[in-house]
Design a binder for this molecule. Structure first.
Ligand code: BV8
Length: 228
């Protein structure tokens, strides 16, 4: 039994990381749509770096919650039964890994990594990033950007994700509003292949109608209950 799990900001909400479209938190001051784009970075790299430096510092203070732990347990359990959990996340935090998940596909990149716009090298980076930082690989000054996928940029690992979707028995979407594509389109892809679909969220998402079953409530409770 292979399970495909897609997670979004809701799975990390109870770890204190902001979501995008809820009424509280970081997003009341920043508009991710204006800051998470290549155009914004070209125009105003300082402001974009500040936006991600704030989130990186938040992340370093945060810890995984029972939802992340339950998914790490599920991965181990399925592995014992020669089955597979394919975990793809829209989140750029490392809480799935810190909870023990061994195989996490970050389709929107990773906040604790930086990429050099000169030599394309990607490396882990936990300090504040700034316009003067030098690439540790090629030495080029001012060439580092957060290794995240902005709006208008192509998500990562799409071929791997498509392949996993072809070999799945159950599709589960956790903590996502279903408002950002192509991630929001995965559930329709699964349904069109006759795969059973399940949503676990605080409330019905934009594409709630596409799910065969749904469990609503805070992820730390709802995901742990579902994994049980
Ligand atoms: C692209 C990284 C070309 C940076 C992010 C159709 C097809 C393809 C593209 C598009 C399309 N239509 C429009 C587009 C363009 C665009 C897009 O989708 N725009 C939207 C706004 C309409 N998409 C893109 O630009 C993508 N690239 O299209 O490339 C292409 C074309 C075809 C095929 C492939 C590629 C790139 C998008 C990636 C942008 N980068 N993040 C960063 O983090 O700063 S997106 C960012 O926002 C997140 O990564 C995430 O994906 C999204 C936020 O969504 P959620 O995670 O769902 O978070 P949200 O706050 O919305 O919802 C939280 C949910 O949790 C809520 O439902 C809430 O109820 C729930 N919740 C809250 N608390 C809890 C909870 N649930 C449980 N427990 C709780 N405690």
């Amino acid at each position: 039994m292979n399970i495909f799990v897609l997670t979004g900001a809701g799975v990390s909400a109870e770890s204190g990381l902001g979501t995008f479209r809820d009424k509280t938190g970081l997003w009341t001051r920043f508009d991710p749509m204006k800051l998470a784009t290549p155009g914004a970075f070209a125009l105003n790299p300082d402001e974009v770096h500040t936006f991600y430096n704030l989130r990186r510092r938040n992340l370093l203070e945060a810890s995984p919650n029972p939802a992340h732990v339950a998914l790490a347990r599920l991965e181990a359990e399925l592995g014992k039964r020669k089955s597979r959990l394919f975990l793809v996340t829209q989140n750029i935090d490392d809480l799935h890994e810190r909870a023990g998940s061994q195989c996490v596909t970050h389709m929107h990149g990773e906040l604790l990594k930086a990429r050099c716009t000169a030599c394309d090298a990607v490396g882990s980076y936990i300090d504040d990033l700034g316009v003067d930082d030098r690439c540790p690989h090629c030495g080029q000054p001012g060439s580092l950007r957060p290794h995240v996928v902005w709006f208008g940029e192509y998500p990562l690992h799409m071929a791997t994700i498509d392949e996993a979707l072809q070999n799945t028995d159950l599709f589960v979407s956790i903590g996502t509003s279903g408002s950002v594509y192509p991630a929001a389109g995965f559930v329709k892809q699964a349904k069109d292949q006759g795969i059973r679909t399940c949503e676990i969220n605080l409330e019905p998402s934009d594409n709630a109608a596409l799910f065969d079953e749904a469990y609503y409530g805070p992820a730390s409770q709802a995901v742990a209950d579902w994994v049980e």
